[in-house]
Design a protein around this ligand. Structure first.
Ligand code: FE2
Length: 306
């Protein structure tokens, strides 16, 4: 599949209704999605968030609700199924990741919709994680083996209140859907997390061992985790990258470990340059995504499939 067009692109003439198109062509869309993990639907009539919501609904899969997720990002709902992709400031890079792979609960697919194309920058980088893993098997086989056998644990410090200045500033109250510390602790225990309360009211939480490699139904394996994002970007007033993730046996993962993996992912990355009205569908198990910094207006909305 390495030579297949990535992303797959389906072009329309500007007046075709996307919801109707998806309803009539779901099998074809799914076939392309299964092969390369990303389908760009361009030139359809998708004027606003409600039209995007209708297109998502016509796909006919269950919604993955942000309120119930353990996502770190601060988000705002626009319609029932549609929300702002990330409230982090324009100059912040969001590096390649599989959505919510740093938690035990993640969506299978993601829809993105460009309502307002960015003035400058603002592409969505996407990278095939199966090809990345194949390259790692050749170039960093021992590291890959360590990830595959040990898994990883993620640690995150969550503020008491939302911090929109961070790409991962969602408060523990919102993340855990808990009003009190007792309720937060009960949810963490259920999920197998360990935790520590910090003096300023924030919460440091560490996941149980999560897989770093995922096997797809057809046998392909992907680098299903948040390691690249963690090592390139997880720094704010509460978190530092190197303390955010370790092997499942608590041994450290180093910047030197990740350097060749990051270089391989850069070489495989395609920058999706948004045009207003574009809709992209990503297979979260097969493809990583991120966000380039931008200037000027940019409005890209998202919707997740359970
Ligand atoms: Fe994301």
């Amino acid at each position: 599949m390495a030579d297949s067009e990535f992303p797959a692109i389906i072009l329309a003439n500007g007046s075709t209704d996307l919801a109707g198109y998806i309803a009539a062509n779901k099998a074809q869309i799914d076939e392309q999605l299964g092969a390369v993990g990303a389908v760009l639907l361009r030139g359809f009539a998708v004027p606003d968030a409600p039209a995007f919501d209708a297109a998502v609904q016509s796909y006919g899969a269950d919604n993955f609700a942000y309120a119930e997720s353990l996502s770190n990002a601060v988000r705002v709902n626009v319609t029932q199924r549609v929300f702002t992709a990330n409230e982090a400031p324009p100059e912040t890079s969001i590096y390649l990741h599989h959505e919510m792979a740093q938690t035990p609960i993640y969506p299978s697919k993601l829809f993105f919709y460009c309502e307002i194309a960015p003035g400058e920058g603002g592409a969505t980088p996407i990278c095939r994680s199966d090809i990345l893993l194949d390259r790692m098997a050749t170039e960093t086989p021992e590291l890959l083996e360590a990830f595959a056998t040990k898994g990883v644990r993620y640690t995150n410090v969550m503020p008491a209140d939302n911090d929109a200045g961070s790409g991962q500033g969602r408060s523990w109250k919102s993340t855990l859907n808990a009003e009190t510390k007792d309720a937060a602790e009960a949810r963490l225990a259920k999920l197998g997390y360990t935790h520590e309360w910090l003096d300023n009211g924030s919460l440091r939480a560490t996941t149980p061992i999560l897989p770093a490699v995922r096997q797809l139904a057809d046998g392909r394996r992907t680098f299903f985790n948040q390691l690249i994002a963690a090592f390139r970007g997880w720094s704010d007033s509460r978190n530092t990258a190197h303390k955010s993730v370790c092997f499942g046996d608590d041994m450290p993962i180093t910047g030197a470990d990740m350097e060749p993996v990051i270089a391989l992912s850069d070489a495989l990355t395609y920058d999706l340059q948004w045009q207003a009205g574009d809709v992209a569908l990503l297979d979260n198990y097969l493809v990583m995504h991120g966000r380039r910094p931008f200037a000027g207006k940019r409005r890209v909305l998202a919707s997740l499939v359970a």
